[in-house]
Design a protein around this ligand. Sequence first.
Ligand code: ADP
Ligand code: MG
Length: 194
Amino acid sequence: MSILNDLSKDTVIFISGTPCTGKTTVAANLNDYLSQNGFDSKLIKINDFAIENDLVLGEDPDKFYKVIDIGGLNESLNEEINQGTDDIIIVEGHLSHLCEGADKMIVLRLNPIILKGRLEERNYSASKIQENLEAEALAVCSAEAYEIYGDEVSEIDGTEKSIEEIRDLILDIATDNLECPVGSIDYMEWLLNQ
Ligand SMILES: Nc1ncnc2c1ncn2[C@@H]1O[C@H](COP(=O)(O)OP(=O)(O)O)[C@@H](O)[C@H]1O
Ligand SMILES: [Mg+2]
């Protein structure tokens, strides 16, 4: 029996994580997969959503990311989520864990050694790469998500997993068939070896 039989038609799934952990790729795959299997599924890319809703306050000095009005984002996003439509909503992006409204708050994790290669391919500056690697090793996203969602936060380690495998783990979590509480993925050793 397919795991999809267990999936509520109005589940709200947030996918966050350090840049380059695979959020955008996995969220698009999940959205397509659900649509192909007869679900009404909607994907919100939180950065685009913030821009569309005029919530950009400025740019950081390195121009690597935009400074977003998080209070306004939380408000607008929850208006969108609570429109009462019977859709699965997937919200992906590095700001999603700072917002309320998820039924399932999922943080993607990745071994910093692998993450480094992906960040380098995206042409981040050396200092931004280091900052993101340290954030990943310290589980900053998970800790921030925990402040809002507590024990409801799930972590998936995407290291050496295909996009489909990660998608299926998200579905296992979304259907309460799997628990992945914060704390079992530990990349502190990478930091200590720096
Ligand atoms: N499971 C995976 N295995 C291998 N490469 C992946 C996987 N998921 C994502 N990637 C690659 O990693 C890079 C960053 O992925 P992306 O989805 O853009 O991350 P994010 O949205 O978290 O910044 C892309 O080049 C993507 O193709
Ligand atoms: Mg992305």
